[in-house]
Design a protein around this ligand. Structure first.
Ligand SMILES: NC(=O)c1ccc[n+]([C@@H]2O[C@H](COP(=O)([O-])OP(=O)(O)OC[C@H]3O[C@@H](n4cnc5c(N)ncnc54)[C@H](OP(=O)(O)O)[C@@H]3O)[C@@H](O)[C@H]2O)c1
Length: 298
């Protein structure tokens, strides 16, 4: 009998940290602290990082809060990712944007994340993007070593195709595939990604669950407009909000998708928490599907 997520428990929603620092809200330490506290009060304790966020600066900003408030470390669960090499003055040795899932890079990146976050152990480490040169046995060995040294507890991937996932999972147990999934990005519903998660009893985690915010801002895009109009109609029917309908739609899928929220506002996290209680009917789910594709299903 498989244990769900190999024993790792996620909170009902995950808070993404990509837009909290210089790539978005530009929070001060005090603002990060307040935001983290407010998320915890809402029952959300999972925070999603990557080494690259804020051009390699956001982990350290989050770490500054943990340093100020050591009590928070026991309360939060931290995911971070490695394997993308960005060109930035913060990494002058990167000559070209590339992916690197070599054992050497995984180990070095994990060590740096531990240092920046100021923690002893990463709760979940993901390979951010599939490196074409990835050798599964080598990655498995790196994960094994990190686990043995108490530097990371669980491992997973992000943006892996089903066959890429299957290959690596044959060498090391992966607890999630963090994928782009939303009403604006339907691929995983059809390409086998979600089926595979169900088969392996792991919860998919979904980045850009609100399409990166396009439905709220993009008034020219026909598809975003169709989705917004339909979601608003359903929101009225369910006495709910637009974001809640979009998240409820995602969470209705039987694979148990966990949205990775991108907001920097705790009021929007609070709104998202309420999406759990919205039970769209089967037909309403397809109304939104149709709004997204623009055509009736075959
Ligand atoms: N694995 C990967 O390759 C990958 C790639 C991209 C992202 N991620 C992760 O996924 C997380 C979420 O991605 P995302 O930021 O694209 O997610 P998202 O939730 O789809 O989009 C967030 C954006 O939408 C805006 N927004 C949210 N609710 C809104 C509302 N009710 N009204 C108006 N605007 C609203 C937010 O602005 P406000 O801040 O003003 O609310 C923010 O700019 C990231 O933080 C990161 O952790 C992972």
């Amino acid at each position: 009998m498989l244990t769900e997520n190999h024993g790792l428990t996620f909170s009902p929603l995950i808070v993404g940290c990509m837009r909290l620092g210089v790539w978005g809200a530009g929070m001060s330490t005090k603002e990060y602290e307040r935001f983290i506290d407010e998320c915890l009060e809402l029952g959300i304790n999972d925070f999603d990082h990557a080494d690259i966020y804020g051009h390699y600066t956001t982990e350290a900003e989050f770490g500054a809060v943990l340093k100020r408030r050591p009590d928070l470390r026991q309360k939060v669960q931290i995911t971070t990712k490695c394997g993308i090499k960005l060109i930035t003055p913060n990494r002058p040795n990167h000559k070209i944007k590339s992916y690197d899932a070599s054992a050497k890079h995984i180990m070095a990146s994990a060590e740096q994340s531990l240092k920046d976050l100021g923690i002893e152990c990463i709760d979940l480490l993901l390979i951010h993007r599939p490196d074409y040169l990835l050798h599964p046995e080598e990655v498995a060995q790196a994960f094994e070593q990190l686990k043995k040294e108490g530097k990371a507890r669980y491992f997973g991937v992000s943006n892996f195709t089903p066959s890429q996932f299957e290959l690596l999972n044959a060498y090391t147990p992966l607890v999630t595939n963090q994928i782009e999934a939303s009403l604006l990005h339907l691929d995983p519903f059809d390409d086998g990604t979600l089926d595979q998660c169900m088969l392996h009893k792991i919860r998919p985690t979904a980045w850009s669950p609100l399409g990166g915010g396009a439905v709220f801002t993009d008034t020219k895009d026909e598809r975003a407009t169709r989705i917004r109009d339909k979601a608003k109609e359903l929101a009225e029917r369910h006495k709910a909000e637009l974001d809640q309908i979009m998240l409820a739609w995602l969470m209705k899928h039987p694979s148990g998708i966990i949205p990775v929220l991108g907001t920097s506002k705790s009021s929007r996290v609070a709104s998202a928490v309420k999406a759990k209680a919205i039970d769209l009917t089967h037909e309403e789910w397809y109304e939104l599907w149709q709004a997204s594709t623009g055509v009736e299903i075959p």
